[in-house]
Design a protein around this ligand. Structure first.
Ligand code: 5GP
Length: 225
């Protein structure tokens, strides 16, 4: 008897402000639903403590990254903070052919490129319920220099203008409910728990808060003793 072919898996693009807890939500989604798979990106940045090559990222050098760009191996890629990140086309295709819903944890520039190339991708931007808490998380990671923290905040301020282009904006209040909400969008029967207008208002609040902190930081830098 002919084997029934599995239908091709979907693409789920997930972005979010740095420190919003995106990784935890993605882990929850994968723990609850074995038909999700994580797209392991390639990056030129160094591994952080606890990260594994081939699981968190494929850690490669800049020359290899440039070669892979030339060979057309990336579905999308982006360069920022002197680093490069890219989604591997073959890796994603293989998982989708296995019927997996593939999760792309990528930033806005890459996300918009994927949405252009794959209009049926489900796109989600995760925002925090409270701007102050996010700022605490961005500044309190403990693994980054002051310059890196400032760069992350500046990037978040720019990203906030693009949030409205995402199909869904999700407020991460509790991990379980956030993951369940995203799953309902993938299944095509989701309803926003927080109305879009309210989510956009919260996004602007985060942007404003970050702008003010950046201004304070710049003033501090200008003080000469
Ligand atoms: P981190 O260095 O903290 O792991 O990631 C920094 C940013 O890069 C995050 O916003 C993450 O979503 C994004 N990122 C990770 N992989 C990719 C990728 O393949 N493409 C793009 N465009 N962004 C990525």
């Amino acid at each position: 008897m002919a084997k029934r072919r599995k239908s091709r898996g979907k693409l789920l693009v997930v972005s979010g402000f740095s420190g919003v807890g995106k990784g935890t939500v993605i882990k929850e989604l994968m723990a609850e639903h074995p038909d999700y798979a994580f797209s392991v990106s390639a990056t030129t940045r160094a591994p952080r403590p606890g990260e594994t090559d081939g699981k968190d990222y494929f850690f490669i050098d800049p020359a290899t990254f440039d070669r892979w760009v030339e060979e057309g191996r990336f579905l999308e890629y982006a360069r920022f903070f002197d680093r490069a990140y890219g989604t591997l086309k073959d890796h994603v295709d293989q998982l989708r052919d296995e019927g997996k819903t593939v999760i792309l944890d990528i930033e806005v520039e890459g996300a918009m490129n994927v949405c252009r190339l794959c209009p049926d991708a489900v796109s989600v931007y995760i925002i925090p319920p409270d701007a102050k808490e996010l700022v605490r998380r961005i500044t309190g990671r403990g693994t980054e220099t002051e310059e890196q923290i400032t760069n992350r905040m500046k990037k978040a301020v720019r990203e906030a203008d693009i949030v409205e282009r995402y199909g869904h904006i999700v407020v991460n209040d509790t991990v379980r409910e956030t993951a369940a909400e995203i799953h309902s969008f993938v299944r095509g029967r989701g309803k926003d728990r927080v109305p879009r207008e309210e989510a956009l208002r919260l996004t602007r609040e985060v942007q404003k808060e970050l702008r003010e902190i950046l201004k304070d930081r710049e003033n501090c830098d200008n003080i000469t003793i």
